[in-house]
Design a protein around this ligand. Structure first.
Ligand SMILES: Nc1ncnc2c1ncn2[C@@H]1O[C@H](COP(=O)(O)OP(=O)(O)OP(=O)(O)O)[C@@H](O)[C@H]1O
Ligand SMILES: [Mg+2]
Length: 253
């Protein structure tokens, strides 16, 4: 990410203690807003309060990292922010639309168009090729097969994934699977991309390459990203970092 690109993205370059460049974005539209989010799990008589009033606002073009100990509720929070799970109390709005007002079917359709998801395990469909997997969100959204194909090819080209498009997931390396999952997350041009430990299964070289790709997508395409990661170095590249512990989310420097 060059200084020039950062300036054109209305961001200011800062150098953190680690010496790694970061970007601080000015005021922009809130794309993702979580307000007073609480989550309780009930297992028989047991009640587990995982989130205890989490507030988060992610603005257009931001790259935000969420850190925290194992079991602190990072995945739970990400799933709620993505509309994959409902909070016990509180609400999430994506592009100004409160998800609580959408029923199951409407929520799934809204998520399909507005949220890109990347998980630690790629979750690609094993019987389909890379190209077909990337076409899938467009087909679900109602695109014709030829329109879906065109968008999938474009999303893959955008991240320089131009060979092995007819491979099935089992015929790809770990890094290639995550690149395919990234193209699938981006193909509908969503409002926000949410990633849950996307480098968790990768060797350090592939993890580095995926981090570079995310940072490039954020800088060049202004893709708004929320990334849960255990990787401090990865988190240092984000515009803002949050730490989840004891059910509360705090912004850290
Ligand atoms: N469906 C569920 N029912 C009951 N408890 C759950 C459920 N999902 C998660 N939990 C509990 O909620 C807590 C938070 O889980 P979560 O997966 O969000 O943690 P995490 O921060 O993502 O951890 P890790 O870093 O290991 O991935 C854990 O104690 C977990 O056991
Ligand atoms: Mg998790």
């Amino acid at each position: 990410m060059s200084s020039e690109e950062l300036r054109s993205a209305n961001c200011e370059v800062r150098t953190g203690e680690s010496g790694q460049r970061r970007a601080d974005c000015g005021e922009r539209t809130a794309v993702l807003q979580g307000t007073a989010i609480e989550k309780e799990f009930r297992l028989g008589p047991e009640q587990l309060q995982v989130l205890n009033g989490v507030d988060i606002t992610v603005r257009s073009g931001e790259m935000v990292a969420i850190l925290g100990p194992s079991g602190s509720g990072k995945s739970t929070l990400l799933h709620i922010l993505a509309g994959l799970d409902r909070p016990t109390r509180g609400d999430v709005a994506i592009a100004g639309k409160p998800l609580s007002r959408l029923n199951g079917e409407a929520l799934a359709a809204y998520r399909n168009r507005n949220v890109g998801l990347i998980f630690q395990f790629h979750h690609l469909l094993p019987e389909f090729t890379v190209l077909e997997n990337v076409m899938m969100p467009c087909l679900i959204a109602g695109d014709t097969p030829s329109a879906a194909l065109q968008k999938a090819e474009q999303a893959l080209a955008e991240i320089d994934f131009t060979s092995r498009l007819r491979h099935r997931p089992a015929e790809l390396s770990g890094g290639e699977k995550q690149k395919a999952a990234t193209a699938r997350a981006l193909v509908t041009n969503p409002q926000v991309v949410l990633a849950d430990e996307p480098t968790g299964n990768l060797d350090s070289h592939s993890a580095q390459a995926l981090m570079d790709l995310f940072q490039d997508l954020n800088a060049r395409k202004r893709v708004t990203m929320v990334i849960v990661s255990h990787n401090e170095r990865f988190a240092q590249r984000a515009h803002r970092r949050f730490y989840l512990d004891d059910g509360l989310l705090k912004e850290t420097t």
